[in-house]
Write a new protein. Structure first.
Length: 747
């Protein structure tokens, strides 16, 4: 396929521009380095501890397969870096870090026992005292008793560290003399000649005081019993309330907490924690239970792995839609439409996604479809499609906050803006994505080689190439200007070489957009703007009007705004939408805005008649396609974008009612008009469309989730479009309507 110069250059320019975005907050320091083992090779799986000597707070890291480690986001100050590994000799080093400074440290480990040490070589014991709160314990007295019974004492420094050197080989005892904490049990340490032993001491809180003799008796707690005089009868005293008995913390024999073999097979205690039949706060899942812990839903690793997971996706989506639509005749057409999707998918991935992106993933999703319309032959509408088939790989982790960059290739879903105004589709392509600045910034760079979509089932035929290439780059910035508001800038390039008997050449159009979504004080704001410019070698509408090849220059705009405010369980919304139209005065220009593959969520979304139903007019044919706001005079599933169209102006108001956690109601009223109906008048030979008015779109819908999740829900909706003015003259003044009932069952 021939490509115009500059496409690859532009893609590389945008990629490098995104990669150059700010990634770190100023004023913080970073300490990184590599751990080298006694053999001189990088040493993985060594635990390193960095202690802030001002706050006595520890941070831990484990060296990776290349021996590398990193501590980021550090406040300026004094730190001590040490190892916590009994396999090697202890290592510790002090560092002073300035704001914004990055310091690299080479941690060279030595054997715990030097090879060929002399029988009289001296040994060393060093380590850290950890207090009951888990922090390094300052000014603790550590006592080392020699084989001869002589005590040596040392007080821990600001990072809780201690060291005893120059020790003769033999067996020593270690203890801690510390008031207010449970003394560390004496431990016997047998030191070999020249050995360098690391020994971490963990103090435990003191045990609770024993219950006094008054518990359950008649006297005061802890008081001796009151003596009775000889011959005197004891007077019964009111029973005292039992004091709760504190259960000491369970520890291992060494005073340290017992480590579980892995965190996935952790079992809850078997004792009854609550009185009576109170509900326990955990539920043990089952293979067929999608709501609780389940290895088929990615909650547990599969097999003996600790980081390999599987996620099974099974869904049934069914829709029934009786409707009255404009079918291209002077009178409206009654139809009964049904659609059933059977979804089966599986994803295998590696990595703990609680705090970092997946290391890699493979996903496949197949959808079977059965649909039909009362005016068509339903036997021709049964099909299936491969909607997802991709592999994903994390390329790098870029910061201690797990900022990352990953790549994904294959059939995949992508939405290029907040509300789906320009591109929402499952397509075959390659996507480079990631984040920066502790996830404040996100970015995508995507290339799609578009596949054909079936206009009835909406499923893709992965083997059918549309001869269309789409390049997309976007960049998100959270807390842009004000906290809670996210800004997004994006760029699209659409090169479409689809042809027909009445259309030749290539369409090449670029879109530049600015968008925002978030809160400004009590107001929720969502806005979008696109500028489109480019060329179409042969526009279909101008070709139809002139009867010859019709090249045009493209310059069109789109803008949208939604503002809403919550008042308890009510949300009040107002929306505006504008897509520029073409007045037909210059056959070499195209000023009517069109998208690539849109599916907008605005002004009622799935409940709005104008968005959810295709509209046809006599002589003109298709005016607007379903799942689109734009009257672009083309089938977006089979034809390329058309920038000679009437455009649209929409004004909307609505109220969302959160009746209960399970039930939400949505109401909307929209006034619609064409931005300029002149091109429609030409196509219709002046039979209708004498003004720009379309009419009123009124809708209401409800979504009910019986289990307060998306595994099962029912949607009911009704919408009506009442044609007015020039649109009513063209298609008839009778009301058009649509009833929708949909149900989803998911595992």
């Amino acid at each position: 396929m021939n490509r115009r110069p500059g496409f690859a250059t532009l893609a590389l320019f945008l990629l490098f521009s995104l990669a150059a975005s700010p990634a770190f907050a100023q004023g913080r320091a970073t300490l990184n380095g590599v751990v080298i083992g006694p053999s001189g090779m990088p040493q993985p799986n060594v635990t390193l501890v960095l202690t802030n000597t001002q706050t006595n707070v520890d941070r831990r890291a484990v060296s990776d397969m290349d021996g590398a480690f990193v501590f980021g986001g550090l406040q300026p100050g004094s730190y001590r870096l040490r190892t916590d590994d009994d396999t090697f000799a202890p290592f510790s080093q002090d560092q002073m870090l300035a704001g914004g400074q990055t310091v690299a440290v080479r941690v060279a480990l030595a054997p715990r026992i030097a090879a060929g040490a002399a029988p009289t070589a001296r040994a060393t014991v060093q380590g850290t005292v950890i207090g009951p709160d888990g922090r390094p314990f300052t000014n603790a007295t550590v006592v080392l008793t020699t084989p001869a019974g002589i005590d040596r004492r040392i007080v821990t420094d600001a990072s809780g560290a201690y060291i005893f050197g120059g020790l003769q080989p033999g067996t020593y005892k270690v203890r801690v003399d510390e008031m207010g904490a449970l003394p560390f049990a004496e431990n016997n340490l047998t030191l070999a000649p020249g050995e360098m032993r690391q020994f971490v001491i963990r103090l435990q809180p003191p045990p609770p005081p024993p219950p006094g003799p008054g518990i359950g008796g008649t006297g005061a707690v802890g008081a001796p019993p009151t003596p009775q005089a000889a011959g005197q009868t004891a007077v019964a005293q009111p029973a005292k309330k039992k004091e709760p008995v504190t259960v000491p913390e369970v520890t291992a024999p060494t005073g340290e907490f017992q480590a579980e073999p892995n965190r996935w097979q952790f079992h809850w205690p078997t004792y009854q924690r609550y009185e009576g039949n109170a509900r326990i706060p955990w539920v043990i899942g089952a293979p067929l239970d999608p709501y609780n812990q389940n290895s088929a839903k990615g909650d547990f690793p599969i097999g003996n792995s600790q980081s390999l997971f599987a996620n099974v996706n099974l869904q049934l989506n069914s829709t029934v839609n009786p409707r009255q639509v404009s079918g291209g005749q002077p009178a409206s057409t009654s139809q009964f439409f049904y659609n059933d999707n059977f979804v089966g998918g599986l994803e295998i991935f590696r990595g703990d996604t609680v705090f970092q992106p997946k290391s890699w993933a493979v996903r496949g999703t197949v959808v079977g479809n059965l649909n039909g319309v009362s005016t068509n032959n339903p036997a021709n509408n049964q099909t299936y499609g491969v909607e997802e088939a991709f592999a994903e790989k994390r390329l790098a982790v870029l910061s201690p906050s797990f900022d990352f960059v990953s790549i994904r290739g294959g059939m995949q879903n992508f939405n290029s803006d907040f509300r789906g105004y320009l591109f929402v589709d499952n397509q075959l392509g390659v996507r480079l994505f990631g984040n920066a600045g502790a996830n404040r910034y996100q970015y995508n760079v995507v290339y799609f080689n578009m596949r054909q979509r079936d206009p009835n089932s909406q499923l893709h035929r992965i083997q059918d190439n549309r001869n269309q290439d789409v390049f997309i780059a976007n960049w998100y910035a959270q807390d842009f200007a004000v906290p809670g508001y996210t800004a997004m800038f994006n760029f699209h390039l659409n090169r479409d070489s689809q042809t027909s008997p009445t259309q030749t050449g290539t369409l090449q159009v670029a879109y530049v957009g600015f968008h925002g979504d978030g809160t400004w004080g009590p107001w929720a704001v969502s806005h979008a703007f696109y500028e489109a410019f480019g060329k179409d070698d042969d526009n279909a509408i101008q070709h139809r009007l002139t009867g010859r090849v019709a090249p045009i220059d493209i310059n069109a705009q789109m803008a949208a705004l939604e503002i809403s405010r919550d008042a308890d369980w009510l949300r009040y919304r107002g929306s505006l939408f504008y897509a520029s139209g073409d007045d037909g005065s210059d056959p070499t220009k195209g000023t009517g805005f069109d998208s690539i593959t849109d599916n907008p969520n605005l002004a009622g979304g799935q409940f709005m008649f104008w968005t959810q139903q295709a509209t046809k007019a006599p002589i003109v044919g298709l005016v607007s396609q379903k799942f689109s706001l734009l009257p672009n005079l083309r089938d977006k599933f089979t034809q390329r974008a058309n920038f000679v169209n009437p455009g649209l102006v929409l004004v909307n108001g609505g109220v969302d009612l959160r009746v209960a956690p399970q039930l939400k109601l949505v109401t909307n009223v929209s006034y619609l008009k064409f931005a300029d109906a002149a091109i429609l008048q030409k196509l219709a030979n002046n039979k209708g469309f004498e003004d720009n008015t379309i009419g009123l779109d009124i809708s209401a819908g409800a979504k009910y989730r019986p289990f307060t999740n998306e595994n099962m829900f029912v949607v009911l909706g009704f919408s009506t479009l009442m044609p007015k003015g020039g649109f009513a003259t063209a298609v008839g003044s009778g009301a058009l309507y649509s009833f929708v009932t949909a149900i989803q069952l998911a595992y």
